[in-house]
Structure formats: C-alpha cells, structure tokens
Design a protein around this ligand. Structure first.
Ligand code: NCD
Length: 306
C-alpha cells in the first residue's frame, strides 16, 4: 500500500480498485444501526484545513470517527497561522503530538508534498490550490461505478472551469488510469490545453457542449471559481450559462442512462439549472454520501488498519 495520497497519480489501477472495493464494504456499514468499526482505535487523524470547506472537512471527520480514530480538527482561522506561523512549524507541532495521518487542504498547490517531508505520518491531500483533490476523484469514480456498473470505456465529459479545478485534474488522472475516456469541455479561456495533454494523452477537448452531450455516459459539471479569477474569462454569467450551463433541454439530450455529477458547492442557475441539480439523474447527494465511505477506505488502507 502507498503511504501518502498526494495526487491521483499516486494510484495505479490495482490500488485505486482496492480503494473502491474497500469503500463498498465500508458503505455496507453505514446501513447498520451502529456505524462504527474499531479499525483505527488509538490512532490519531488531524484535519488541517487552511481553506474553506464544508463537505470535504465534515466527510473526513465522519470517516475517521467511524473508524474509531481520535480526530483533531485544525482550522487556520483562530490558530497561530493567523499570527504568521509557517506550515513547517505547524507540521512540527503535529509531529510532536503524534499524528498518524494528516489530512490537509491548502490554497498553495504542492502544500501536501511539502508537508510529507516534515511529518512521519501519512499525508492525504484534501485539495491543494488549483492542483489536485484525489479523494474527490475517488468518490466520483465510486459513484460512476455504482450507478453505471463499470469505469472501463465510460465516456465522461467534465464541463466548465477546468482551469481552476483541482477536481478536474484529479479526475482526468484517475479516470484515465481506470480506462475511462475523458473529454474536457468549456470556453477556450478556461481549458488549459497543455494541461489536458500533459495529464493524459487520451484526454479530448471540446468547446461545444451540445455536440458532446449525446455521447456522454457522465456529464460532470464544475463550479465557476470566481474567487480564483483575477481576469474575466467570459463575457457575462448569462452568456456562460447559455453556452456551458446544464439546463433541462440539454439534459434531455443526454443518453437515457447517463448521469449528472457536480462536486459541490454549486452555483445554481449558472453552471447547473436547479431542476437539473434536483433531478433523479443527478448524483450530487449520493456523491457526498459516497465520500464518507471512500475516505474511510483511504484512511483504513493508508494506516494499515486491521
Ligand atoms: C471542490 C473543491 O473544493 O475543490 N469542492 C469539494 O471539495 N467538494 C470543488 C469546488 O470548490 O468547486
């Protein structure tokens, strides 16, 4: 088993599949009245969140608790980080407290890689800048596999603000490893071509959502990340929505079995219409539930739980 999960590229097909299969066993547990396993009793998991998060933070906390680990939640706000303490000094503090795993979200791409040099425990990347978010890719793959029965040969379109999306990067890497065919869709200003090619040579690019939709088994919508935009990448929200938003007429052009995904948080009415987000084809709430099982599997396997 690998020690750290910093990038989706840390996972070969065998390891990724083991995580998904383990997550399925963990999911069976959440149907029981007592949702706890003793697997990580006595182990300490620290959640180190330097950037805002709702789903991911709660999900990692729930996952660690269901495995009976001791959980310490650290958020940069209210800590000595606001007094200017460096990531390294924070890491050394965690090290002194004996963290077996550190889950980190940080606005700087590469922060989990640095952290892994300073702590002895496992490091799990919960989102670093615009770089990667490997557990999101795992929960997305899990959701696709459980809804559609396979990943190999699946046609997945990832739509919208690819440029700023760590979710897109990790998904391209993981899905390619698992044999899916990814197409990145969005305005040219939001699709870094070199990145698409560098991530996986088999990844396709399209600027025309309407032509891609009828050939997609999965349409994954991305949030437009205005907080990371210093320039204007499209003329207006309305224009963006008209060309790249998933509304009901577009959803009706998807194959009958196809699903709609979104990592959340959504800009309802911008990249996704409310009726689409709430439709039975949408897996958005399922993705959140699956996130807990997948993160349980990751913590369990990285920490060598029994
Ligand atoms: C994503 C993230 O933080 O990268 N959200 C998530 O983890 N569920 C995507 C986003 O912020 O748009």
């Amino acid at each position: 088993m690998i020690k750290h999960l910093r990038s989706a590229a840390d996972l070969d097909a065998e390891t990724a599949t083991l995580i998904l299969d383990t997550a399925a066993e963990m999911a069976a547990l959440s149907g029981r009245e007592v949702k706890k396993l003793p697997a990580l009793r006595g182990r300490t998991v620290v959640n180190l969140f330097y950037e805002d998060s709702t789903r991911t933070r709660i999900s990692f906390e729930a996952a660690a608790k269901r495995l009976s680990a001791d959980v310490i939640n650290f958020s940069a706000k209210g800590s000595s980080v606001s007094k200017g303490e460096s990531l390294k000094d924070t890491a050394l503090t965690l090290q002194a407290m004996g963290a077996d795993a550190v889950v980190i979200r940080h606005s700087a791409s590469g922060a989990p890689h640095r952290l892994a040099n300073w702590v002895e425990g496992s490091v799990v990347n919960a989102g670093d800048g615009t770089h990667e978010h490997p557990t999101q890719a795992l929960l997305d793959a899990y959701t696709m596999r459980s809804r559609l029965g396979r990943l190999d040969g699946l046609r997945v379109s990832i739509v919208g603000d690819v440029l700023h999306s760590r979710v897109a990067r990790s998904n391209v890497l993981l899905l390619s490893t698992l044999g899916a065919q990814v197409t990145l869709v969005g305005p040219p200003t939001l699709i870094p071509l070199d990145v698409a090619a560098a991530l996986s040579p088999s990844t396709k690019v399209s600027y025309d959502l309407d032509s891609v939709i009828p050939d997609s088994d999965v349409v994954m919508m991305l949030r437009v990340q205005t907080e990371r935009m210093q320039d204007s990448y499209f003329p207006s929200a309305r224009e963006y929505s008209r060309r790249y938003g998933l509304d009901l007429p577009r959803m009706r052009n998807m194959p009958e079995h196809a699903i709609v995904m979104h990592p959340g948080p959504m800009n309802r009415g911008m990249e996704i219409a409310p009726e689409v987000a709430d439709s039975p084809r949408s897996t958005i709430v399922e993705q959140v539930a699956n996130g807990v099982s997948v993160r349980m599997a990751v913590l369990y396997l990285l920490l060598g739980g029994k």
